[in-house]
Design a protein around this ligand. Structure first.
Ligand SMILES: Nc1ncnc2c1ncn2[C@@H]1O[C@H](COP(=O)(O)OP(=O)(O)OP(=O)(O)O)[C@@H](O)[C@H]1O
Ligand SMILES: [Mg+2]
Length: 264
C-alpha cells in the first residue's frame, strides 16, 4: 500500500501583472491511500488545479511551507520526472499537445522510464496491452499513431489521459476535471476506464464540479476545498448535499468567512 500525505501545504504563485507573489494554498491537509478514490470539489479559483500542479511538481508553484509525503518521503523539490517515476500521474485540466512524438512512442517511453534500464517492456506485450486498453476506451487504433494530443478533440484528450494511466499504471492518479467537456457517452467511457483502474495498487484524486461523474465513479471520500484549504471531508453524500445546497450553505454552516465569486 502507498500513502500520499499533504501536510499544512502553503503554495504561492507569481502574479505576473503585479510582479508579486500570491498565496493560493493556505495550509492544506489531505491523506490518501492506494485502493481509495477521493474526489475534491470546490468553487472556481479555490486552488484545486494549484494543488494538483504542486503535487506533480510544476515549478511555477512555490511551496513556502508544509510537506508532500509519498510513503513518508518528502517529494517537495523533486523534479516532475522523478515524481512520475515514483508513481504519480497528473491528468491535466488542459493536456498539452506534443507535436513530433506519437501517442504510442510517448506511452512506450513513459512505461520504460518507470522500469529498470535493462528491463524494458517487451514490444509485443506493450502492443497487446495498448490494443486492449484502447478497445476498453472505445478509441480508434489510429489514435496511437497520431502526435500526442495534437488536434485531439477535448473529449479525445481526456480519454487519452485515461489511456495513459491504464498503460503507465501509476500508484496515484490525479485527475483535474477529467469530466469537463465530455458528452454523455464519453463520460460513461471515461468512468469505465477509471473504474478499471480501481484496485489495491491504485489511488485516485478526482477534481470535479459535478455530481454526474461521481454517479459513475463512486468515490470513497469527498473533500470540499475553499480558499486554499480542505474545509470538509466526508463520504459520497457530501457531494450530493453540495449539489442541493451550494457552497454558500456549507460555508455558512462551517462559519467560514470566504467570499464566493459567483454569489448573488
Ligand atoms: N500561474 C498563475 N499566475 C497567477 N495566478 C495564478 C496562477 N495559477 C493560479 N493562479 C490563481 O490562483 C487561484 C487558484 O487557481 P486554480 O487554477 O488553482 O483554481 P481552481 O480551484 O482549479 O479553479 P477552477 O475550478 O476554475 O478550475 C486563481 O485565483 C488563479 O487566478
Ligand atoms: Mg482548476
Amino acid at each position: 500500500m502507498s500513502v500520499l500525505e499533504v501536510k499544512d501545504l502553503h503554495v504561492e504563485v507569481m502574479d505576473m501583472d503585479q510582479k508579486t507573489h500570491k498565496e493560493i494554498l493556505k495550509g492544506l491537509n489531505l491523506t490518501m491511500r492506494t485502493g481509495e478514490i477521493h474526489a475534491i470539489m470546490g468553487p472556481n479559483g479555490t486552488g484545486k488545479s494549484t494543488l494538483s500542479e504542486t503535487i506533480m511538481g510544476n515549478p511555477n508553484y512555490h511551496v513556502t511551507q508544509g510537506h508532500i509525503l509519498l510513503d513518508g518521503i518528502d517529494i517537495v523539490g523533486m523534479p516532475v520526472d522523478e515524481r512520475a517515476r515514483r508513481g504519480l500521474f497528473l491528468a491535466m485540466q488542459y493536456p498539452a499537445e506534443v507535436p513530433g512524438v506519437t501517442n504510442q512512442e510517448f506511452l512506450h517511453a513513459a512505461i520504460n522510464a518507470r522500469r529498470p534500464k535493462d528491463q524494458p517492456i517487451a514490444i509485443m506485450s506493450f502492443l497487446n496491452e495498448l490494443d486492449k486498453n484502447m478497445a476498453l476506451l472505445d478509441m480508434k487504433p489510429e489514435m496511437a499513431k497520431r502526435y500526442l494530443n495534437q488536434g485531439f478533440s477535448g473529449g479525445e484528450k481526456k480519454r487519452n489521459e485515461i489511456l495513459q494511466m491504464l498503460m503507465i499504471k501509476p500508484s496515484f492518479g490525479i485527475m483535474d476535471e477529467i469530466d469537463s467537456g465530455l458528452d454523455i457517452d464519453a463520460l460513461r467511457v471515461v468512468a469505465h476506464g477509471i473504474n478499471a483502474l480501481r484496485g489495491d495498487q491504485f489511488g485516485a484524486l478526482m477534481i470535479t464540479h459535478y455530481q454526474r461523474l461521481l454517479d459513475y465513479v463512486v468515490p470513497d471520500v469527498v473533500h470540499v476545498m475553499m480558499a486554499g484549504r480542505v474545509v470538509k471531508t466526508g463520504g459520497p453524500d457530501l457531494a450530493r448535499k453540495l449539489e442541493k445546497e451550494g457552497y454558500a450553505g456549507l460555508r455558512d454552516e462551517l462559519g467560514l468567512k470566504v467570499e464566493l465569486v459567483d454569489e448573488d
